[in-house]
Write a protein that binds this ligand. Structure first.
Ligand code: PMP
Length: 383
């Protein structure tokens, strides 16, 4: 598997896939073709190359939508999950209270604050999952939106999404799932989940940076006003006023990220062919292996639930996560050390930072062995 990823060709033990995933050659090839011999603009050209590019761009939308069980016309291309959540927070017509959780990424906190929502925070269970019993007690008809991470980027905790959806809908709220970490490591079917919106990024899904998606049910996207004006999102423009295209184009002002979209489509096809359940099972086995090895040491604190999706956060007694990360780097092992854009969660855990190892479909036991050797060397250095 690692052989398909040029970024891993030098034997690097890359354990930071939750930050961004390495790219398989098929995605790189798709991007190279789109930027090279196939390149032209989309939607406007009357010449054949542009018409073909438009077909490829819209085919990419279909592939990405299919990955989450959605029709293409309900999938808005954005710059990433961050922009997807900002779009929803600004454009949803019925603003009021939004229920978030303690473990959210800053990109699922700050947009709601900036767009003028009143933010309520659902606490976590002792093992670091969103406490849906608490959510049930907190939700009122004043809540217009619930926005929860489907998988935590720090703890790997998996949300019981069906229950969260039922709780939101019971009080008449809509629910957004931040699927940034989930789409790359869980089978996702938005129709089966029954959620209203789903946000994710291509670069965590083995695709290019600079593109992501907001999926929303058609009748809900229809209710949303444009948020950025420009080309491609209009129906008719006069100085007296303008009318707007239907979704998804209404939310895609300007020349789109054509090359990135095609790479995103190739990445969606790539993971679908391998199978998200297979990827999840592979990563879950690695999580169990790493957690067991870390638990066997008496100088490591493990965070998060035992059952987690591809992500393990921990702290090492007497060693700052940044020092651990630096020593591991010397050993050719890349982990993440920091607050992981989840400062409220760090406050809750009572630490300024954690060390985080996160897996991808290419990760293996050799990566874990290298990490454990690096931890042992760090212990010897710090005593
Ligand atoms: N939500 C979660 C759970 C994430 O892990 C991330 C990225 N770390 C984001 C949102 C934001 O994604 P992006 O930076 O690609 O927009």
């Amino acid at each position: 598997m690692k052989g398909e990823f040029p970024g891993l060709a030098d034997g690097w033990h890359y354990l930071d896939s939750a930050a961004t995933a390495q790219k398989p050659q098929v995605v790189i090839d798709a991007v190279t073709r789109a930027m090279g011999g196939d390149y032209a603009t989309v939607h406007r050209g009357v010449y054949a190359r542009s018409a073909n590019m438009t077909l490829a761009f819209e085919a990419a939308r279909t592939k990405v939508a299919a990955l989450i069980g959605a029709p293409a016309e309900e999938l808005v291309f954005t710059r990433g999950a961050t922009e997807a959540i900002n779009l929803l927070a600004y454009s949803w017509p019925d603003k009021g209270r939004v229920l978030l959780s303690t473990l959210e990424h800053h990109s699922n906190i700050v947009p709601w604050q900036l767009a003028g929502w009143q933010v309520d925070v659902c606490p976590l269970t002792a093992d670091g999952r969103i406490d849906l019993d608490a959510a049930e007690a907190m939700l009122t008809p004043d809540h217009k939106m619930v926005a929860f991470a489907h998988v935590s980027n720090v703890l790997g905790s998996m949300l019981d999404a069906e229950r969260a959806v039922a709780l939101a809908h019971r009080v008449g709220a809509k629910i957004l799932l931040d699927g940034c970490q989930a789409v790359a490591r869980l089978p996702v079917d938005v129709a089966a989940l029954g959620c209203d919106f789903y946000a994710f990024s291509s670069h965590k899904l083995y695709g290019p940076t600079g593109i992501g998606a907001l999926w929303g049910r058609a009748e809900l996207l229809d209710r949303m006003a444009p948020w950025q004006g420009g080309g491609a999102m209009i129906e008719r423009v006069t100085f007296a006023g303008s009318t707007f295209a239907p979704p998804p184009q209404r939310f895609e002002a300007g020349t789109p990220a054509i090359i990135e979209a095609i790479g995103f489509g190739a990445a969606a096809d790539y993971v679908r062919a391998i199978g998200l359940q297979a990827i999840h099972d592979h990563e879950a086995a690695l999580v169990a292996e790493l957690r067991a090895a870390l638990r066997a040491r008496n100088d490591i604190i493990l965070f998060g639930p035992e059952e987690s999706a591809g992500i393990v956060s921990f702290a090492m007694d007497g060693v700052h996560p940044h020092d651990l990360g630096t020593i591991l780097d010397e050993e050719g092992v890349a982990i993440r050390a920091g607050h992981h854009c989840a400062q409220p969660l760090m406050d809750h855990l009572g630490v300024p930072a954690t060390a985080r190892a996160s897996f991808g479909l290419y990760s293996d036991s050799e990566d874990i062995a290298a990490l454990l050797r690096g931890i042992e060397r760090t212990r010897r250095i710090f005593g």
